[in-house]
Design a protein around this ligand. Structure first.
Ligand SMILES: [Cu+2]
Length: 93
């Protein structure tokens, strides 16, 4: 019993539960076709903290899930600019 308590304590110290998991929705200007969507999707997918990217041409929005990482919004914005588009507004959900 004592050993189990100690183990639980040690695991708690070694792996503290710090799950951020954010969802961002970013309004994008400058996307006109499926090729834009594809290039932006690929660029954002290369960022380490991003678990999932959905680019919507129809809604001119990008939806990003960060998995268990904190989103680096500046890096995400820069990646969008580097792809030739303009991040207009970031909504953190
Ligand atoms: Cu295009």
């Amino acid at each position: 019993m004592k050993i189990m308590t100690l183990l639980t304590l040690l695991i708690g110290i070694a792996f503290p539960v710090t799950v951020f998991s954010e969802t961002l929705e970013i309004d994008i200007n400058g996307m006109t076709c499926a090729f834009c969507v594809d290039s932006l999707q690929r660029k954002l997918g290369k960022l380490p903290e991003i678990a999932q990217v959905d680019v919507s041409l129809k809604n001119k929005k990008v939806r990003i899930d960060t998995g268990d990482e904190k989103a680096d919004i500046d890096a995400i914005k820069q990646a969008i600019i580097d792809s030739g588009f303009t991040p207009v507004k970031v909504h953190v959900k």
